[in-house]
Design a protein around this ligand. Structure first.
Ligand code: F6P
Length: 328
């Protein structure tokens, strides 16, 4: 579709919510209005699209949401959108409202859906990476990652107080289904003795060696951060295996869970989301489609969906090395 034919742009949030999604919605709505485009909000992600849960928005519909966590448009993980019939219904509702382009704010699964949809129908889509996991290839940061690492850091600082009062060893489980970005960054920020990452497959004996070195170096309490996707199956499993061999450790487990997805977005996430939302609208107006907005060295660019979702984001090897040096 030629850019000058775009008159109506819809925006939706899909998959796990992330702090900063509201700032991105606001940016899409305001950049649309600024360019003379009528913006629409789709509620409940792809499921709402299938059910026609769509509403026209205005510059004032997004007032005072930049500081709010979650997503005012709500989100879902739609099984029906994976089906040909589901996507056909979604297309029908967009057409019925005269909507000619779509901005999808979400993560891996959301862009997989967008890629298929873009291939099937004449509705250009642009993705905006919104996930706390930071696991999309081609962008330095995803919206929500910074806030989530701040929340995790705050929680672990609190756990640290009680861990040190009782000379305890805490296993703290953080999110990140398939990737250790949250765990690694939080590990450095909180001074964790070790981080168990899906990318590393560290063995229990290696972990015990690290704990023993710590004890020999007069550490009286320690925090081990366990990414939920690591190979032993999470913090309870890792703690159990350590306890089997070292029953003298007074161990506790803390699963941070969905706390990590909540809260007011950080300044960083608000600015990133604003930049990405505006860029998404401008990309559509330039005639781009089928790509995700990415932030690389502070500059916005586009990355094809298939690259963003199929390539694996590597953890920073230098950060991993550093985390080991600092935990002695
Ligand atoms: O993808 C974001 C994420 O928070 C993952 O870190 C986590 O594994 C997953 O979503 C949890 O999803 P749900 O809220 O649907 O249980």
């Amino acid at each position: 579709m030629m850019s000058n034919q775009i008159k109506r742009i819809a925006v939706l949030t899909s998959g796990g919510d992330a702090p900063g999604m509201n700032a991105a919605i606001r940016a899409v709505v305001r950049a649309s209005v600024y360019n003379g485009i009528v913006p629409f909000g789709v509620y409940r992600g792809y499921q709402g699209l299938i059910e026609g849960d769509i509403e026209e928005m205005h510059a004032r519909s997004v007032s005072r949401i930049i500081s709010r966590g979650g997503t005012i448009l709500k989100s879902s993980r739609s099984e029906e959108f994976r089906t040909v019939e589901g996507r056909k219904k979604a297309y029908g509702h967009l057409k019925a409202q005269g909507i000619d382009a779509l901005v999808v704010i979400g993560g891996n699964g959301s862009f997989t859906g967008a890629e298929v949809f873009t291939g099937e129908y004449d509705i250009p889509t642009i993705g905006v990476p919104g996930t706390i996991d930071n696991d999309l290839f081609g962008t330095d940061y995803t919206i929500g990652y910074d806030t989530a690492t701040n929340v995790i850091t705050d929680c672990i600082d609190k756990i640290r107080d009680t861990a040190s009062s009782h000379n305890r060893l805490f296993f703290v489980e953080v999110m990140g289904r398939d990737s250790g970005f949250l765990a690694l960054r939080a590990g450095i920020a909180t001074g964790a003795i070790a981080v168990m990452l899906p990318e590393e497959n560290r063995s229990i004996s290696e972990l015990i060696e690290i704990l023993e070195t710590g004890a020999a170096n007069k550490k009286t309490s320690s925090i081990v951060i366990v990414a939920e996707g690591e190979s032993y199956g999470g913090a309870y499993e890792v703690a159990k295996k350590v306890q089997e061999q070292y029953s003298e450790y007074d161990t506790k487990v803390s699963i941070l869970g969905h706390l990590q997805r909540g809260g007011s977005p950080s300044c960083f996430d608000r600015v990133l989301a604003s930049q990405m939302g505006v860029y998404a609208v401008e990309a559509l107006l330039r005639g781009d489609q089928g790509q995700m907005v990415a932030s690389v060295n502070g500059q916005m660019k586009l990355v094809p969906y298939e690259v963003a979702i199929k390539e694996r984001s590597e953890l920073d090897a230098e950060l991993r090395r550093m985390s080991r040096i600092l935990s002695i």
